[in-house]
Design a protein around this ligand. Structure first.
Ligand SMILES: Nc1ncnc2c1ncn2[C@@H]1O[C@H](COP(=O)(O)OP(=O)(O)OP(=O)(O)O)[C@@H](O)[C@H]1O
Ligand SMILES: N[C@@H](CCO)C(=O)O
Length: 315
């Protein structure tokens, strides 16, 4: 259940009069999702998605709107927020910040096909090629500084082996992935798991849920994708899916020298980033809403696999 703030039909019908989107004909709560309240809103003209923001810093919302507006006009499958008759996207409804989006067709991939991997690699490469020129700034809230400041909060819950793994890994990142690593910068999705994409068969309908969006190292985003899209159940890398994503990404945006150098460490750091954030949810900062937490052990296994391997050569 992922609607934390229920809405009445009349409330939404009235809300829609701010826009030129037609008359409400149907309102459905969306069961998936863990952070915000989401509704499918249908009018006599179009299908849309309404998001009410339940958490996070509301001051950050204009950044997400600007980023989505920037990306949506660049021939990328990214739905931009719908603006009202006065040109305003960010609204309030039921005392929450609210955004309305076009509804995309499709579903989240389970195990991604190679064609789906090529599609996400190509789209992310093209998105980064454009997002390098985005002027907004929101420092990556889950970068190495966050990891370094946060990991002591979970150490008391780990056994000696995991404590050593966490400490040794972070030491390794600190000595290589410093702030002056010279990695190309731009706007990132920040959480591009399969459940933040919609596919119709092998066709990528769109990327959604940009609320971890930020600015920082572009390959941080790609490494998150590789770890989610290309990991087997035991955490090991599926090389076929890896090759498909990397080749398509590099055709759209080739790596620079510093990215080749730091890529193996970035795969490890982004795996640890999710091991840590999931540990925090389980042991330290349980969310207000009782949802099943995601499994930290999955990302510990991915981290161990990445720290043992030499990534296959980039095509
Ligand atoms: N533009 C869209 N078109 C079609 N479906 C959408 C769209 N945006 C969101 N959805 C659907 O709503 C669900 C929840 O949306 P979203 O991922 O933004 O919520 P969330 O609460 O931030 O979830 P989480 O952070 O767990 O992914 C998605 O999984 C998807 O099924
Ligand atoms: N994608 C995240 C959850 C949403 O931030 C995870 O799998 O831990």
């Amino acid at each position: 259940m992922a609607v934390f703030t229920p809405l009445q039909y009349d409330q939404v019908s009235d809300f829609l009069t701010r826009y030129s989107v037609g008359e409400l004909t149907r309102l459905d709560e969306v069961a998936s999702g863990t952070e915000n309240s989401t509704f499918f809103v249908t009018t006599d003209r179009q299908a849309m998605v309404l998001t009410l923001f339940e958490q996070g810093d509301q001051q950050e919302l204009p950044f997400f709107v600007e980023l989505l507006d920037f990306l949506a006009v660049r021939e990328l499958p990214i739905p931009g927020p719908i603006h009202d008759r006065e040109g305003i996207a960010l609204q309030r409804l039921a005392d929450r910040p609210a955004l309305l989006f076009p509804r995309l067709p499709g579903r989240h991939p389970d195990t991604a096909t190679l064609a789906q991997c090529r599609a996400i690699g190509d789209t992310l490469g093209r998105m980064h090629d454009a997002s390098r020129h985005f002027k907004g700034k929101r420092p990556n809230p889950r970068d190495l500084r966050w990891i370094s400041a946060t990991y002591p909060r979970v150490m008391g819950y780990l056994n000696a082996e995991d404590q050593a793994l966490m400490r040794d890994e972070i030491d390794a990142y600190r000595s290589t992935l410093s702030l002056d690593a010279g990695l190309p910068q731009g706007a990132l999705h920040g959480d591009l798991f399969r459940d933040n994409t919609l596919f119709e068969g092998d066709r990528l309908g769109g990327l959604i849920d940009f609320y971890n969006g930020c600015t920082g190292d572009l390959i941080f985003d790609l490494a998150i994708v590789i770890n989610d899209w290309c990991s087997n159940d035991d955490g090991s890398l599926d090389e076929q899916r890896y090759d498909a994503i990397m080749k398509a990404y590099q055709e759209a945006r080739p790596f620079e020298a510093a990215e080749h150098t730091h890529w193996p460490m970035m795969l490890r750091m982004t795996a640890l980033r999710y091991w840590l954030s999931r540990l925090l949810v389980v042991y330290v900062d349980a969310p207000a809403h009782a949802l099943t937490p995601k499994d930290p052990a999955q990302y510990r296994a991915i981290l161990k696999s990445r720290s043992r391997m030499t990534p296959p050569p980039l095509v």
